[in-house]
Design a protein around this ligand. Structure first.
Ligand SMILES: [Zn+2]
Length: 387
């Protein structure tokens, strides 16, 4: 469920159980090449908004090219149309989910004076899409993991009194807002409580709960939810020209996060990792304990990608479980590995597969809690082997 909460209304309002569809910016990856950017440079950004900016923005029709997040878009467009723009918003959603894109489009729409906003053609929209709009301010921070009180004072609190240079609104965008220290949050709270009428503050965060309740209660909170698998797959196939089989794996892996899907689709490492994970999964059945330890050592060398591996493992065993229950190949993610999946399904019981899936989840939790890596992996592989 996607929800929009409005301060003063007692929480979630009027948006109900509408099927979630995230956003999908229709970008043609290959157009990037036309503007001379390499795929590598492109993925450093990890952000679809940056991608779109590298494309010729005129090709890009503002909110119309965003597929999904329809409720949020409608809410934002209504606010503009009915002149009920709030002074502060929280955009919540995981990395790659499209927070910055929606926030930036909203900022553009607020400043644009054309009928269809943002028009992407006027000088205001062009400046905004180039990142040079004088009245759209991205608050920067000096230390990578903290947004300090000095950062927000200098760029926001002490700046709000200066009227917009050329537009109706002065818009401040704070990315990674959860990195604000308590003092920084308290500093902007004052501005959020009594803002000049032209000020709009957009807080982008992976974790709205990390913001002070006093801030949350004064902001309109817009939560981005995962995009439907069908749409992610369609996007990957038609826009990034990913073949069907690979699109299934990527879609399942991305879990509704288009940014993550794109990044994985373009990453050669991802392909290598898929193959490696499949190799491990296919051969574990015959391993003795000593060989299990070898696999653990190998995984240990690739520690930084462990979450991805665990995700693969759980996709794989969900496939085995699905096949065992239905005998259907079409609904599997790893269709090409049907023989291995079939043979695993014949040796493992339902109960055993449940145990394995639980063990994978437990391994994730333990690694997050910094339990010794080798120990966690040994336990996991032994559970896989025994079941
Ligand atoms: Zn415009």
């Amino acid at each position: 469920m996607e929800h929009i909460s409005v301060p003063g209304s007692g929480g979630v309002v009027g948006m109900g159980f509408v099927c979630y569809t995230g956003f999908m910016l229709i970008v043609d990856y290959y157009a990037l090449k036309a503007v001379g950017e390499s795929a590598e440079a492109f993925f450093e950004y990890e952000d679809i908004w940056e991608v779109s900016r590298m494309l010729q923005v005129n090709e890009w029709k503002g909110f119309n090219r965003v597929v999904g997040h329809q409720q949020i878009i409608t809410h934002l467009q209504n606010a503009i149309a009915s002149d009920t723009v709030s002074n502060a918003y929280i955009f919540g959603g995981e990395d790659g989910s499209g927070k910055k894109m929606l926030a930036t489009l909203y900022a553009m729409a607020l400043e644009c004076r054309e009928k269809d906003r943002p028009c992407m053609m006027c000088s205001s929209c062009k400046k905004a899409s180039d990142g040079n709009h004088p009245d759209i301010i991205y608050v920067k921070h000096e230390k990578p993991n903290t947004i300090s009180v000095d950062d927000v004072r200098r760029q926001l609190v002490d700046d709000v009194a200066i009227r917009p240079y050329e537009s109706r609104y002065k818009i401040y965008i704070i990315e990674d807002a959860e990195k604000m220290t308590t003092q920084a949050q308290n500093a902007i709270l004052k501005t959020i409580e009594e803002p000049p009428e032209y000020v709009v503050i957009l807080l982008l965060t992976t974790n709205p709960e990390a913001l002070l309740p006093t801030i949350q209660s004064r902001c309109v909170t817009l939560n981005l939810r995962p995009v439907r698998d069908r749409q992610v797959k369609e996007f990957l196939m038609s826009n990034l020209h990913v073949p069907d089989y690979k699109a299934d794996i990527l879609t399942s892996f991305a879990q509704g996060n288009v940014g993550k899907a794109i990044e994985a689709a373009r990453s050669p490492e991802f392909e290598e990792m898929t193959e490696k994970a499949i190799q491990i999964l296919k051969s574990y059945g015959n391993r003795n304990v000593g060989e299990v330890l070898d696999v653990v050592r190998m995984m240990s060398d690739d520690k930084q990608n462990i979450n991805e591996y665990l995700e693969f493992f759980s996709m794989w065993f969900r496939d085995v479980l699905m096949f065992k229950a239905t005998r259907e190949v079409d609904s599997l993610i790893f269709k090409d590995e049907i023989n291995a999946i079939r043979s695993r399904a014949s040796v493992s019981s339902y109960e055993g597969l449940e145990k394995i899936l639980e063990a994978i989840e437990k391994a994730e939790q333990r690694l997050r809690a910094n339990v010794n890596f080798d120990l966690v992996m040994e336990l996991l592989f032994l559970t896989i082997r025994e079941n």
